[in-house]
Design a protein around this ligand. Structure first.
Ligand SMILES: [Zn+2]
Ligand SMILES: [Zn+2]
Length: 168
């Protein structure tokens, strides 16, 4: 991890440490190391990726500890958990550069991109105005092909049933 990223992560590690103390939980080196990887990244990291980065830094931390720490990070509301239907979860720093953003998920290579949508804000405002529903949060995920996969000639296949009528 670069010096700049490690430095940027520090205030959030301190917030997490405060959360742990408030919960009566010990602030261990392992918990701090896991938090530092998540806070030092603007990506959507899987547990495997987090484990790999910890190992690169010379930290050998077991998966069970990583899972437990991520669970605490999510409960502290500093980290958001995503399930993009890949069979595993991804984690991202909630207070990173772009606090409110939507996700584009490539079904071919698994790349997750972020984009901002002012239109969704308009929809939230409209819902409140027309239905009296007060929006708190939303989730918008668009699945498809990223630019690179599309340009390399991958095409999307519709994997559904070709005939929806029961024939047996
Ligand atoms: Zn792709
Ligand atoms: Zn994101």
């Amino acid at each position: 991890m670069s010096q700049a990223k490690a430095k940027a992560a520090l205030p959030f590690i301190n917030l997490f440490a405060r959360y742990l103390r408030e919960q009566g939980l010990p602030v261990t080196h392992q918990r701090e190391a896991v938090a530092k990887v998540v806070f030092g990244s603007e990506e959507h990291l899987s547990v495997d990726e987090i484990e790999g980065r910890l190992r690169e830094e010379g930290n050998r931390i077991g998966k069970a500890t990583i899972y437990r720490t991520l669970d605490l990070l999510v409960k502290s509301r500093l980290v958001e958990e995503h399930d993009f239907g890949e069979g595993f979860k991804r984690y991202e720093h909630r207070l990173s550069r772009q606090p409110i953003h939507e996700h584009l998920i490539c079904v071919e290579c698994g790349k997750v991109q972020e984009f901002r949508s002012d239109e969704v804000q308009v929809v939230e405002d409209r819902v409140e105005e027309e239905l009296g529903f007060v929006p708190q949060r939303h989730r918008l995920e668009i699945y498809g092909l990223c630019k690179e996969c599309h340009e390399s000639g991958v095409s999307l296949e519709d994997g559904g049933l070709s005939c929806p009528i029961e024939t047996v």
